[in-house]
Design a protein around this ligand. Structure first.
Ligand code: TXA
Ligand code: MG
Length: 323
């Protein structure tokens, strides 16, 4: 669709009619925000250069940053990329779900080179959210989709977050309510052994249980192919102080588990100290901090195990000095 058609962003409900309209927009080269179980994605037909270029324009995203391609099932993934045996096993265990596999791109895949930023690999994922699945089925094409936020800002976990960041710059958002996982997918590459490029919704422990072998963790400096790891990604306006045992007088406090004595947390990731709930709430809490001003914020420690690793990764980047 022409840029001029994009002045008003439609909010579509999750009825078959809403899904069909969103799918038609994708087929016509439009840009559509849609819910996945992790975060909202900003989708475009992955084969359409102009549509994919529109994603970068709408997000203000550096064009060297490759996009994840969303497909309906593992058979569709195999048409786009070569899947080693370990990848097949992980796909069988975790798709549909919050796992992105970075795999060698097939020469005849037909994916726009803008999607892979010229790399010989492609990141593929089969999302589990029923509306994402209905949209992929209706569109009938692979859908390139980064998170549906302006580049460098907090990822969206509701349709309102998408509209707050991108209204007027995309054709529509399909409203599926709040995203259940709330953190982006785990990104796993093969180099050639399995290596986590980004911690996310599937834990290292779960991957290792399926593979029966340890999974590597790429250090930030070893991640040139996952430039979404830019230091100040996910940044809210407020400066964050992490692993805070106490609250200073001028600070707002984000809790995890019981608050320190004398501190009533205005916001909590999980009052009961539940990592799954904390993951689901993380980005909504960061959005709420933005809505409440830009004064300093202290964040309680979150244990660095299971989903806590992905939560701490996002918090560290939310707290990083701004470039
Ligand atoms: O949960 C998710 O993954 C969400 C939903 C919408 O699916 N998507 C998402 O996309 O988080 P995005 O663009 O915000 O992050 C994609 C990450 C980036 O860090 C990018 O560099 C990396 O995936 N990536 C994509 N293709 C890659 C490739 N071929 N090799 C290495 N990294 C890749
Ligand atoms: Mg993102």
């Amino acid at each position: 669709m022409a840029q001029a058609d994009r002045q008003e962003t439609e909010r579509l409900d999750g009825t078959p009619q809403g899904v069909a309209r969103a799918a038609g927009m994708l087929r016509a080269g439009g840009l559509v925000g849609f819910p996945t179980e992790t975060v909202y994605g900003l989708g475009a037909d992955a084969r359409n250069d102009r549509a994919v270029a529109g994603i970068f324009a709408a997000k203000g995203r550096p064009a060297f940053n490759p996009l994840i391609v969303h497909v309906a099932d593992a058979a569709s993934a195999e048409r786009l990329a070569e899947m080693p045996e370990a990848a097949r096993r992980l796909a069988a265990a975790f798709w549909p779900g919050p796992l992105t596999l970075v795999l060698p791109l097939r020469a005849d895949a037909g994916v726009s080179p803008l999607v892979t930023a010229g790399l010989t690999t492609v990141g593929l994922r089969v999302p589990a959210h029923p509306l994402a699945r209905a949209l992929l089925a209706g569109a009938g094409c692979p859908v390139a989709a980064p998170s549906a936020n302006p580049s460098g800002r907090v990822s969206p976990t509701t349709a309102d977050h998408v509209l707050a960041g991108l209204s007027g710059r995309i054709d529509a958002v399909l409203d599926g309510g709040a995203c259940p996982v709330g953190l982006e997918s785990t990104i796993l590459g093969f180099a050639p052994g399995p290596v986590i490029l980004r911690a996310g919704g599937v834990t290292a422990e779960a991957l290792e249980a399926v593979l029966g072998a340890p999974v590597g963790q790429a250090a930030p400096s070893e991640r040139p192919t996952a430039p979404g790891q830019l230091a100040s990604h996910y940044a809210p306006h407020a400066p964050l102080r992490l692993n805070a045992a106490t609250r200073r007088p001028d600070e707002r406090f984000v809790g995890f588990g019981p608050p320190p004595p004398g501190v009533a947390p205005e916001l909590t990731l999980s009052a009961t100290g539940d990592l799954t709930e904390a993951a689901a709430r993380l980005f909504a809490v960061l959005h709420a901090l933005d809505a409440g001003g830009d004064g300093p914020v202290a964040v309680a420690p979150v244990p660095d195990r299971g989903l806590g690793r992905a939560i701490n990764d996002r918090l560290r980047r939310a707290a990083a000095p701004r470039g």
